[in-house]
Design a protein around this ligand. Structure first.
Ligand code: DX5
Ligand code: ZN
Length: 235
């Protein structure tokens, strides 16, 4: 459950979650090892060809990666029937799972994730309103505001999502909840500044990390830009 904090300023940890969607699937363990010194989270994109038009990876790949990595596996389930797969992903080594509010049965899915010992995430597409997330904010650990329509890496950041990020952060602060607000889609050294200002603290980045010559340097650059933005706001 999101922790309640009585301090007036809630400043959840800033972190980059590199998305392996843009990594070389033929050398995943090497790709993950390359960014590991720069972060403690890895974003794992699961697509079912139904909720989104693309197909990616399932529990066997997570289990294989688990043998090579101690990172926190932040598992983004872009699938229509997550209830069926939460336990296999937990057994494979997922630390947290994020389901989409658009698939419905959200309260039951949150309970199922808790019972499985997973950290609980709830995602919303760019055109899904804050009000769809609001009833669940005190029951989740992480809210993922998609900054592109899910399905593919390498898309352009959608700035129109910024007000929703700010709404989620304001509601969490008002309720005294230390909530992770994650953003996913088109995040790089430049766009991370805007989402940090809006209140996000976990930054998924795929192409801005793994399509670079220096993925580890890219992770550091994104985190540095977010840290500078937060420091600037605080001073
Ligand atoms: C898209 C996925 C993202 C994707 C982001 O549906 O959920 O995690 O990897 O890729 P970039 O950072 O390239 O937009
Ligand atoms: Zn994702």
């Amino acid at each position: 459950m999101a922790t309640v904090d009585s301090s007036p300023t809630l400043a959840p940890t800033l972190r980059v979650a590199p998305s392996i969607l843009s990594a070389d699937f033929g050398s995943l363990a090497d790709a993950v090892a390359g960014i590991t010194p720069g972060t403690d989270w890895l974003h794992v994109d699961v697509m079912d060809g139904h909720f989104v038009p693309n197909l990616t990876i399932g529990p066997p790949v997570v289990a294989s990666l688990r043998a090579h990595s101690d990172l926190y596996f932040d598992t983004h389930l872009m699938i229509t029937d997550p209830a069926r797969y939460l336990e296999p992903f937990r057994d494979a080594g997922a630390d947290g799972c994020t389901v989409h509010v658009e698939v419905g049965e959200t309260a039951a899915l949150i309970t199922q994730m808790r019972d499985l010992g997973l950290r609980v995430g709830l995602a919303a597409n760019p055109d899904t309103a804050f009000e769809a997330l609001e009833p669940f904010l005190d029951r989740v650990d992480l809210v993922l505001c998609m900054t592109v329509f899910p399905g593919f890496g390498g898309q352009s950041f959608m700035g129109e999502v910024l007000p929703k990020i700010a709404q989620v952060r304001a509601a969490a602060d008002a309720a005294g909840l230390t909530l992770d607000i994650e953003v996913d889609g088109g995040i790089d050294e430049r766009t991370v500044v805007d989402v940090t200002r809006a209140g996000a603290n976990v930054f998924v980045a795929g192409s801005a990390v793994f399509n670079r010559d220096d993925p580890l340097g890219a992770v550091s650059g994104i985190l540095r830009a977010a840290t500078e933005e937060r420091a600037g706001v605080a001073s």
